[in-house]
Write a protein that binds this ligand. Structure first.
Ligand code: GLA
Length: 458
């Protein structure tokens, strides 16, 4: 049932979560200042790490002079500090510095916010995400040899591998960020793409690991660049699958397809209704008023393990109910035939699918969806047990500051909340005060707009 009053919704979100055991394992981290700065503002002499694919499973860290000895060219800042840089200008300028030539093109893949429909994708259910106006941009160019060299401006880190090494086996021995570009190339080669040697420079204004799909944006930006340069002709669905395989088989998160499809199928002014059973998508206009992200900056120490536990529980619940997936289960079956943790997990999934259908209908009719967002958050907190104190606080403060609705977005276990109906100005002071009083690190609060999905910029 949808709670009908703001006070009912507020108190619904302030209950103590039943997942205190999980929460005790949470690690609060502050995003490093360096990681959040555009690369042109970072020191040009920084340590650059090079992931070596053979001989050692540990990435080898080299200084700049070591890189010069390897013949990889200087790594320098591109613009004067203080000048605003977009990921596109940063990627393009750093590419020229690093490679000594212009890139063949620039490819952009946005992050995403999931409006509603959480942990439904791997249950063949429904979700309603939208692509946001923060993105990862890749500058790329074919090389004459068979090396792939990837450089991250955000991390000032470079990784190099031969195509034989990448294609040989899932490249999960690379340092974490490099598993996405190399992983997606590995998956595309497996899907039949004839990938050439490449220089790739990556710049982004997405918070890393903040629940806005920075990893899908990275994989998909690289994938569409490779698809164009290699003239591989992979469809959007094949590219999405390659991104998912990089994430699950190389980076180790057994994810569904939501992030990749949202990043690929987004459209300005709309959310994408995705049916994960048929893989059909429909654009639903978003006329909701301000959309604001609250990044709690919390990272769960074992988010991938906790995510895999939830997925396993859902699959076990479906087996017990004798259905192919929870998409085919009814709430009555879940309540009658399941017990304990399996019942809670399955109840979240089945009710969440219902909320997505209702939210899409409300959007089509110009009706508010705030109560559905609040009910989704309560279900994720109480039944799916993927919220945390910082996310619950962000939702409560948003509702107390004029938002029509708010909920955690993405996998949970930290990361971001989305608020609908209040401006960033409305929220920033209240969030700052409430987080300080609770003894939590300051959250990052910013407005987002639904934008077009991934594509070539130049
Ligand atoms: C992560 C995964 C997605 C999805 C969400 C939860 O973002 O990558 O596939 O399962 O969590 O809805």
């Amino acid at each position: 049932m949808r709670p009908s009053t703001r006070s009912a919704r507020s108190s619904a979100t302030s209950k103590t979560t039943a997942s205190s055991g999980d929460l005790s394992q949470m690690k609060v981290t502050t995003q490093s200042l360096q990681a959040s700065l555009p690369c042109m503002m970072q020191p040009s002499h920084s340590i650059v790490s090079v992931a070596m694919p053979t001989g050692s499973r540990e990435p080898v860290t080299k200084t700049l002079s070591g890189l010069l000895q390897l013949g990889l060219g200087p790594v320098t800042g591109g613009q004067m500090a203080g000048q605003a840089a977009t990921p596109a200008t940063t990627a393009s300028e750093r590419f020229r510095d690093l490679v000594g030539a212009a890139p063949e093109g620039l490819w952009r893949a946005p992050g995403r916010v999931n409006l509603i429909g959480e942990h439904t994708d791997y249950n063949f259910g429904l979700a309603l995400p939208f692509a946001i106006d923060r993105a990862t941009v890749v500058a790329a160019r074919r090389r004459q040899d068979n090396l792939v060299r990837a450089f991250s401006c955000t991390l000032e880190s470079q990784a190099i591998a031969s195509l034989d090494d990448i294609a040989g086996k899932a490249p999960s021995y690379f340092e974490p960020w490099a598993r996405f570009p190399f992983g997606v190339i590995w998956a595309m080669a497996r899907a039949g793409a004839a990938v050439p040697g490449l220089d790739i420079v990556i710049a982004s204004d997405l918070p890393i690991g903040g629940g806005l799909s920075s990893s899908a944006a990275l994989s998909i930006a690289v994938a569409i660049a490779v698809n164009d340069i290699a003239a591989a002709g992979l469809s959007k669905a094949e590219i999405a699958r390659a991104g998912q395989q990089a994430e699950s088989e190389v980076a180790g998160l057994p994810c569904g397809l939501m992030d990749q499809l949202a990043v690929l199928e987004g459209q300005a002014g709309a959310a994408v209704l995705i049916d994960f059973l048929s893989l059909q998508t429909e654009q639903v206009p978003l006329g909701l008023g301000p959309l604001v992200v609250i990044n709690t900056r919390v990272e769960h120490a074992n988010a991938a393990g906790a995510y895999a536990d939830r997925r396993n529980a859902c699959e076990e619940a479906a087996r017990e109910l004798g259905v192919p997936s929870l998409r085919q289960a009814t709430l009555e079956q879940v309540e009658d035939k399941l017990a304990g943790e399996l019942r809670k997990r399955a109840r979240h999934v089945v009710t969440e699918d219902g909320r997505v259908v209702e939210a899409a209908a409300c959007l089509r009719n110009g009706q508010p969806i705030g109560d559905l967002l609040v009910a989704s958050h309560a279900s994720l907190r109480n039944d799916y047990e993927v919220s945390c104190a910082e996310l619950d606080l962000a939702v409560d403060v948003a509702l107390g500051s004029g938002a029509d609705g708010a909920r955690l977005t993405g996998a949970g276990f930290g990361g971001c909340a989305i608020s609908v109906g209040a401006t960033a100005e409305d929220l920033v002071t209240a969030m700052s005060g409430a987080f300080a009083r609770a003894g939590f690190p300051q959250p990052e609060v910013f407005a987002v707009a639904p934008t077009d999905g991934a594509g070539r910029l130049a």
